[in-house]
Design a protein around this ligand. Structure first.
Ligand code: 6PG
Length: 225
């Protein structure tokens, strides 16, 4: 586990963009992208980086059950923040009235997109945020997706968050490198719980099961470490 503390949110976004650009160039051109404000700030910086974008294939670690044109769409956010500005490829979750159908179709797409590994597909790099309740992607503490062991991408209904589509622990656990981006004083308590070893949170389990995990946080988020 690596932990890097950036001076502030802007520095975090810059350093995260540098790390992601390096991994896309040197480790492999596939990348899983989460939604959220902290990842969005990094994606905007990443758009200024020069790299072989034509080789890059991005997927979304989770999505709200909305079309990509909807303002809440994570793929729509990544498109506006990054892929409107670089010639990379963003593979969005397909829209279906049935979230289960959309998740199953996306799961099949991912199986053809992502590199193979000893236990199935092995994403090269996954970028995740952290919610102040310990969720990551759309693996929320109350989500039915937490119990899924035989799928890589599923639909789940989350109290107060509606229907979501998310990578499961199984898929995220096969990623070769998992980068968590955490910014702001309001994340300090949950980040400290995770770094101090609390194993009961979804983000704790993703970090624990990751092949390599990098925490990129800013000073406000790190103030209780
Ligand atoms: C989503 C994200 C979610 C996000 C965290 C952190 O669909 O919203 O995938 O997991 O990454 O909630 O978001 P912030 O960085 O905005 O706090």
């Amino acid at each position: 586990m690596s932990l890097y503390i950036a001076e502030d949110a802007d520095a975090l976004a810059e350093e995260a963009a540098d790390l992601i650009a390096q991994r896309l160039t040197q480790a492999g051109p596939d990348i899983g992208l989460a939604g959220g404000g902290t990842p969005r700030a990094t994606y905007r910086r990443l758009a200024t980086r020069t790299l072989p974008w034509g080789d890059v294939h991005a997927w979304t670690t989770d999505e709200r059950h909305v079309p990509t044109t909807h303002n809440d769409s994570n793929a729509g956010m990544a498109q506006r923040a990054l892929f409107d500005h670089v010639p990379g490829h963003l593979h969005a979750v397909p829209w279906h009235e049935s979230a289960d159908t959309a998740a199953a179709e996306y799961e099949r797409m991912l199986s053809g997109l992502l590199p193979g590994g000893p236990d199935g597909t092995a994403p090269t790099t996954v970028v995740l945020g952290l919610g102040d309740d310990g969720h990551t992607a759309s693996l929320f503490p109350a989500s039915t997706a937490l119990e899924v062991t035989d799928r890589d991408f599923v639909a789940t209904t989350v109290p107060h968050h509606g229907t979501r589509l998310t990578a499961t622990f199984a898929l995220l656990g096969r990623a070769r490198c998992t980068v968590f981006l955490v910014s702001g004083a309001h994340k300090a308590a949950i980040l400290a719980r995770i770094i101090d070893g609390d194993t009961g949170l979804p983000a704790s389990r993703v970090a624990r099961e990751a092949c390599e995990v990098v925490w990129l946080v800013d000073r406000d988020a790190a103030r209780l470490l």
